[in-house]
Design a protein around this ligand. Structure first.
Ligand code: 4AD
Ligand code: MG
Length: 479
């Protein structure tokens, strides 16, 4: 008999039918004459209740049925009398496919702390929370590809190994095959990268943007969705050393078009989660409420599903960096010196405390900030006529801070050249990028969405290390 998945079985009304299922034991309980097994096969947050009647099967069938064990079960589908489920299965045969020694198996049917689960990240997929997160994560990957495909974008694979630093922040992981104890040296005693695998210094990419620009200026509208790597020593709940980024790039779009695209895409994917992941979202919402019970009322996060709906239903607020600085300078936490970084003048980079004040306290909606000081943004952003600001945009989300960073690109060769000279990027290394501005240049725009920050938002989780299966962060690369 072929296996039916629990997600399909719990919707079924084929009562009295013989069925075959496989899965893992989440819990077992029982009495003298009967045992109940909660079985999960990963297809849904819901467990299937298996009823084991000792008068027909004998008590011995339960011997190796412990939490974590894998089972194959034949049985009859029945309408459930018990609370909490609509169907159950009366077992006619139980086979233990893989035992899980209860003395050694670290997961038990109780609440484990997220910290504990991070130390056993190889097993945490087996918990309700991580099952839900990973199913939502999958749906969001799918929704993003669907959104861009339905809107006529082409997906471009940009390189993972690169010799350029797109963001110019110098936070890159070196890729080399040179002997670290005895590298070849130049006459000046420097490491001679001419002898390295690629004949030049190479790194893991921090962004696929520059290559996406090359493609956009021929294919019109493209997007990347790939891994990116940043060697910044940020031990925060919002930073990973390896994360996934979605980067659309569109020829002929100006910054307003870029904001419209970003807002439309975010609303689409959040709506997709509401339409397709409701079981998991309801579980995650309850989990969040449990977790926040201890907090003061004004420090609690909004209910998850309501929060997602409010993003879909509200227009994002759009304002300039300068307007935001004025709001922040006159804000209560600034005047009362509650911010860690006080805002006293124009030009400072915004910290996540400022971003979250704007979104969560002042506007109470997602915010798009534009026109940042040129000094705090990357070299490729288009210079405004004021000579002080660039056509940058950051999208700020409740509970997250920056979720998207993007810009209209500098398409004028002379302006771009003077910018890269000013900040000391070697022109000869950028010849291929500059060629787009030499041949058929046009205004164009794009942005980068941090995929794990999106998943943080949609799942209501508090730490980015819990929304990627295998987090990479400072001093953390096990599993
Ligand atoms: O703002 P960023 O650095 O922008 C870029 O990389 C541009 N090249 C994007 C573009 O215009 N095509 O990064 C974009 C987004 C951020 O808004 C944030 O959501 C996420 O990537 N991000 C990180 N996510 C997790 N861990 C980190 N260390 C991150 N750094 C950035
Ligand atoms: Mg940014």
């Amino acid at each position: 008999m072929s296996r039916i998945r629990i997600i399909d079985l719990i919707k079924s009304k084929d009562f009295d039918k013989q069925i075959h299922i496989k899965g893992w034991v989440r819990n077992r309980r029982g009495s003298k004459n009967v045992a109940f097994i909660a079985l999960n096969d990963g297809s849904t947050i819901h467990n299937l209740q298996i009823v084991v009647d000792f008068s027909t099967l004998g008590e011995a069938v339960m011997e190796d049925v412990s939490v974590g064990a894998a089972l194959a079960i034949d049985g009859k589908l029945m309408q459930s009398q018990g609370a909490g489920q609509t169907v159950e299965v009366i077992a006619t045969k139980i086979e233990v496919l893989g035992k899980a020694d209860p003395e050694k198996y670290p997961l038990q049917p109780k609440r484990h702390s997220l910290e504990f689960l991070r130390d056993i990240a190889h097993l945490r997929f087996r918990t309700n929370t991580f099952g839900a997160i990973n199913r939502v994560r999958h749906s969001m990957i799918f929704a993003i590809h669907k959104y861009f495909n339905d809107n006529g974008f082409y997906n471009i694979h940009t390189p993972i190994v690169t010799s350029s630093d797109a963001e110019g922040a110098g936070e890159m992981f070196r890729v080399t095959t040179l002997d670290d104890k005895n590298p070849p040296l130049t006459e000046d005693g420097e490491v001679n990268y001419k002898e390295d695998f690629f004949g030049r210094p190479t790194n893991l990419t921090v962004s696929g943007q520059l290559e996406a620009e090359l493609a956009a200026l021929a294919l019109g509208q493209v997007y990347t969705f790939g891994p990116t790597f940043r060697a910044e020593n940020s031990n925060t709940t919002r930073h990973l050393a390896e994360f996934w980024m979605i980067e659309p790039e569109v020829a002929f779009n100006d910054l307003n078009d870029n904001m419209d695209l970003a807002e439309d895409m975010l609303k689409y994917v959040v709506q997709y989660a509401l339409d397709n992941c409701m079981d998991d979202l309801q579980f995650l919402s309850k989990r969040l409420q449990e977790e926040e019970k201890g907090k003061k009322e004004n420090e609690r996060s909004p209910e998850l599903i309501e929060k997602l709906r409010s993003v879909v239903d509200n227009e994002f607020v759009r304002l300039t960096y300068t307007e935001a600085i004025n709001i922040l300078r006159n804000s209560k936490p600034n005047k009362k010196k509650k911010f860690e970084y006080l805002i006293d003048g124009w030009g400072a980079d915004l910290q996540s405390e400022h971003e979250r004040y704007l979104v969560e306290k002042h506007f109470k909606k997602p915010v798009i900030l534009v026109d940042y000081p040129k000094e705090i943004k990357a070299f490729y952003m288009r210079m405004n006529d004021d000579g002080k600001t660039v056509r940058a945009m950051d999208i700020l989300f409740p509970g997250i801070g920056e979720i998207i960073g993007g810009s209209q690109r500098e398409e004028r060769l002379d302006v771009l050249l003077s910018k890269i000279h000013e900040i000391g990027i070697p022109e000869e290394e950028m010849w291929w990028f500059l060629d787009t501005r030499r041949f058929g240049t046009v205004p164009h725009s794009g942005f980068g969405l941090g995929f794990e920050r999106l998943i943080l938002f949609v799942t209501g989780m508090g730490n980015i290390r819990d929304v990627i299966p295998f987090p990479r962060a400072p001093k953390q690369a096990e599993f």
